[in-house]
Design a protein around this ligand. Sequence first.
Ligand code: NDP
Length: 225
Amino acid sequence: MSKTVLIAGASRGIGLELAVQYAAEGWRVIAACRAPEQARGWLPASVDVQALDVTSPESIAALAWYLDDAPLDLLICNAGLFGPDTGSFAAPGDAAFDEVMHTNVLGPMRLIQAFGSNVAAARGVLAVMSSSMGSIQDTSGSDAIAYRCSKAAANMVVKTAANEYGPLGACVVSLHPGWVRTEMGGDDAALGVSESVEGLRQVMAELDEDDNGHFIDYRGHRLPW
Ligand code: NDP
């Protein structure tokens, strides 16, 4: 039987490429995004495109109702927002801060709460797309402070979810996709989106219970929190 992946934030960039590659590999792909009608136009016909805004509890509840208790081999919380960046230490405005934290922290928190048991039922993988910019130990820059804080907080979401869902059979990880040429990563980024996603897929395929609660990049290297 084919495996099932739910990708939250699959309309473009890394999420879109994940949907395309998993569909090509024969997975049942549920691609969840804010503008499903638009995304249907550029996703393969086999992909089940569903509406999802990760900042909306009603939207998450509607998707959970649609999936019911169907086991999920893989949940990827990929939706993300970079937010304001002045290039140096600068506190964002209230609305910008709220939007980044809401999307990057509360989003995965609520997704995991809604779908964690579906993943545990399949003894599957629950991955949050984090960033090396959220590593406290590794941080040398002072730019994009809201984004950095949000990804550090997302990493804590992963650690606590690993404590909850690891013992139930899931493997919960934070992933760093590399610096990737997408709308967020920009044209100067080091990696093409297909190369990053090929690496991420291989890493996720090789995870085992020892990886639960770890921060891992697209090459399989463990990163410091
Ligand atoms: P993009 O900006 O290209 O795409 C972001 C995706 O997130 C879009 O599909 C967007 O949907 C979706 N999204 C944003 N907010 C919401 C929301 N409220 N509900 C549902 N979907 C939402 O980014 P990337 O593809 O580059 O990044 C994907 C992930 O990887 C992010 O979490 C990012 O932080 C992380 N990352 C990326 C790096 C890079 O170099 N590119 C490096 C490190 C981490 P819509 O089209 O509706 O806006």
